[in-house]
Write a protein that binds this ligand. Structure first.
Ligand code: PLP
Length: 436
């Protein structure tokens, strides 16, 4: 086995700590193995670090790289369109073309606005929902992630099952200091995939609730599909009480299908948010929705703005990404390879005597260590053995397979069948070396 060394990255990290807080530009980048690493380039399914290590990459930059690293069509579109300008503080035709393309692709996209990232698009959706309903709160679910801003910085992680509180009144844990006290009053939090509980809560409290926000597949703690009827029931309840149903499609968008989870599950939300896979890593997001809700922006009651919105490079990257996805339709292959990898990992775990739970639809999925056969909600993930997961992730990393530290895997159109076999064989070797 080739020995992976991280000495160059370690030295660069020490240098970075003198100028970048914690040595990084996003908190999650600290949690790499064995520490934050520096990368030099990526190509297709591979990424290379400053020590010259090559990795088969299943992190895909936390999701955006649905076409793999450095797709030539995306790079040349950005280069060509940026040559004529970067940002006009005004409209341009290709921005309009992109919006028309999204309107055609996404079922609920009657009308839209472009923003820079998922976090701010989520906040725009809340603002629209509050403005239309005149109600103050949104309802969210345990374990779901909706960005890092104040009112959503609760509820993604309880240290253990006791700290999670009762199911009917979960404890929301803040994951940052410095949050304004009032932000906690903006939301109600519930366990996911529990329609009766959602029903009783909305029956009692709908007068306070402007929006229900959900990841249509819960990807930020485990990777959990909605129970049959759950999203449908949520849709019906939101209709009954005049509440905005917001799908946070930051991960599922352009990953489950070109029209996102809403097309995949055939459920149309009122508002939804797209980001990551939309532009192969360039900073753009979209809030899309039904006119009846988006009119709040159209008619100028809700302000949505941003100096950097819809700049030329990001629009070109999004157009090229979506064109390649439309032309090549890689979804059947992405699902097939994802599911092939999932079954390979289950087999490898079985052969080495590990209780590994592998869950998700395929284009993204999660590996955790527990005897839990069926993961329904965040509370089920609290039993996962985080020590074993860390051993697995670091063992894979030291053999050139890069996975997100919380056990999430993403498949891209650039992964090949040989990549899948390599990942499965490596996993079997790593699992075979791990203590139970
Ligand atoms: N919503 C979901 C479901 C996410 O996974 C993320 C980021 O991972 C966000 C929102 C926030 O998006 P961004 O990091 O682009 O601000």
């Amino acid at each position: 086995m080739k020995k992976f060394q991280y000495m160059q990255s370690a030295a660069l990290l020490e240098r970075a700590k003198k100028v970048l807080a914690g040595g990084v530009s996003s908190e999650f980048r600290k949690y790499n193995h064995p520490h934050a690493l520096f990368y030099t380039h990526g190509s297709g399914s591979r990424i290379y670090d400053a020590d010259g290590n090559e990795y088969l990459d299943f992190t895909l930059s936390q999701g955006p790289l649905i076409l793999g690293h450095s797709h030539p069509r995306v790079l040349s579109a950005v280069q060509e369109y940026s040559a004529g300008g970067q940002l006009f503080a005004g409209q341009h035709i290709r921005e309009l073309e992109l919006a028309e393309q999204l309107q055609r692709l996404i079922p609920s996209a009657e009308i839209m606005r472009f923003c820079l990232d998922g976090s701010e698009a989520v906040q725009t959706a809340f603002r629209v929902a509050r403005a239309k309903t005149g109600r103050p709160k949104f309802l969210r679910f345990e374990g779901h992630y909706h960005g890092w801003l104040d009112n959503v910085s609760w509820g993604i992680s309880a240290p253990d099952a006791t700290a999670a509180g009762s199911r009917n009144a979960p404890a929301a844990h803040a994951w940052s200091a410095g949050l304004p006290a009032g932000a906690r009053d903006e939301f109600i939090i519930l366990p996911w995939n529990d329609l009766p509980l959602l029903q009783s809560t909305l029956a009692e409290r709908h007068g306070e609730i402007a929006a229900v926000i959900t990841e249509p597949v819960m990807c930020n703690n485990g990777c959990i599909l909605p129970q049959p009827g759950f999203l449908e029931g949520m849709r019906a309840l939101c209709d009954t009480y005049g509440i905005a149903l917001i799908f946070d499609e930051v991960i599922t968008g352009f990953r489950l299908s070109l029209g996102g989870a809403q097309q995949y599950f055939n459920i149309t939300p009122d508002l939804s948010v797209f980001a990551k896979a939309m532009a192969s890593g360039y900073p753009i997001s979209a809030i899309v929705g039904k006119r009846a809700w988006m009119d709040q922006i159209t008619e100028g009651r809700v302000v949505h703005a941003g100096t950097m919105n819809a700049g030329n490079p990001t629009i070109a990257a999004a157009q090229a990404t979506l064109q390649v996805l439309e032309e090549t339709q890689p979804y059947e292959r992405i699902f097939r390879y994802g599911q092939m990898l999932m079954s390979g990992l289950r087999r490898a775990a079985g052969r080495t005597g590990h209780q590994m739970t592998v869950s998700g639809p395929g284009p993204m999925f999660h590996t955790g260590f527990s005897g839990q056969p069926a993961i329904r909600e965040y509370r089920d993930t609290l039993d996962f053995d985080r020590g074993l997961l860390a051993l697995f992730i670091s063992g894979m990393h030291d053999r050139g397979i890069r996975i997100i530290g919380r056990g999430l895997w993403y498949i891209s159109a650039a992964h090949t069948e040989a990549d899948i076999h390599l990942a499965v064989d490596t996993a079997e070797e790593v699992l075979g070396n791990m203590q139970h």
